[in-house]
Design a protein around this ligand. Structure first.
Ligand code: HMG
Ligand code: MG
Length: 282
């Protein structure tokens, strides 16, 4: 068991925002390389509306084409029951549902209110329970929203509590814009930890303002031991204008190693994957 798990989201969060339609074979090659680098979990794609995110339209083909070494679990995002059913058919090991801590981003990203999005999850959670598939719950814009401004920590805690009650095994407070300060992340986590213990939270920090490593450090102080990252630092969310990609996996791995934490990752393979990922950028 590594001290800290890096949850690789590059093939989904990293690639979803690329304008050039990346050939399916390139996505599969990236995932297959990442699968050899020591990750326990890789977010491979998303089963969302291709009208909303055209880059992810080949989700089923990606899942069908990857090679699955033992010990690696593949997670995919699902916005509704239809997406969940497609994910199950594609043999996803885990699915991610996503809600927002602000109404403005909820409307922009999934075209509904926060409460409607939580209701939409009910049949997904029920089906996942029956199928024995675990569900990760993302909460976006946990400190700042591009539409509604600063997010009060109490609003994040309310959505975290709802996702917990729905049955998410892990909840992922996300700095979608990548503009959070360590102080804001700390205040947000203080509120969230009243609802969910640290060992069931994962930090997901975009790196627009270059503070993601500091945000990871304050989260470690708060007890978190799982962090999302995207190889090559690719990506962003199409519905968060101006946001850069997730913090780069290789940067997080090097930072954690310098602090004495084992991530179980093969740094050479990781660097190869980062070169491949950067080459995919349009
Ligand atoms: P809608 O337009 O309100 O609803 O979209 P709809 O039901 O009318 O669907 C629109 C069209 O998509 C229809 O096609 C549906 O059939 C189809 P038409 O009838 O017009 O031909 N459709 C689907 N197709 C394939 N798979 C599906 C699916 N569902 C509907 N599952 C909806 C609502 C939620 C579907 C849409 O808004 C959507 O897909 N949004 C996803 C946006 C997205 O993927 N954003 C990025 C991921 S989240 C993220 O990046 C944040 C995260 O990284 C954390 C962070 O950093 O904050 C996780
Ligand atoms: Mg993200």
């Amino acid at each position: 068991m590594p001290d800290i798990e890096i949850f690789e989201v590059g093939p989904r969060d990293g690639l979803q925002n690329e304008k050039r339609l990346i050939p399916t074979a390139e996505k599969i090659a990236l995932i297959d390389l990442l699968s050899c680098a020591g990750f326990r979990r890789v977010e491979a794609t998303s089963f969302v509306s291709p009208k909303w995110v055209p880059q992810m339209a080949d989700a089923a083909e990606v899942m069908a084409g990857i090679t699955r070494p033992p010990g690696v679990r593949y997670e995919v995002l699902t916005p509704n029951l239809r997406g969940y059913q497609a994910a199950r058919a594609a043999r996803a090991d885990e699915v991610g549902v996503f809600a927002s801590a602000s109404e403005g981003f909820s409307r922009a990203n999934i075209n509904c209110t926060i409460d409607e999005s939580l209701e939409r999850m009910v049949p997904i959670m029920q089906a996942a329970r029956e199928d024995g598939i675990s569900v990760r719950g993302y909460v976006s814009v946990v400190t700042d929203c591009p539409y509604d401004g600063p997010t009060p920590p109490g609003n994040v805690a309310r959505v975290v509590a709802a996702l917990r009650d729905l049955g998410c095994h892990e909840i992922v407070p996300s700095d979608t814009l990548g503009r959070a300060t360590p102080e804001a992340i700390d205040a947000m986590l203080a509120a969230v930890l009243n609802e969910m213990p640290a060992d069931r939270l994962a930090g997901h920090y975009h790196d627009t303002d270059g503070r993601a490593l500091l945000n990871i450090d304050v989260s470690i102080e708060r007890g978190l031991r799982v962090f999302d990252a995207a190889v090559g630092g690719l990506g962003g969310c199409p519905y968060a204008p101006g946001a850069a990609g997730n913090v780069a996996t290789e940067k997080v791995a090097a930072h954690l190693a310098s602090r004495g934490f084992d991530t179980g990752l093969d740094m050479e393979l990781l660097e190869q994957a980062a070169v491949m990922a950067r080459g995919m950028r349009g």
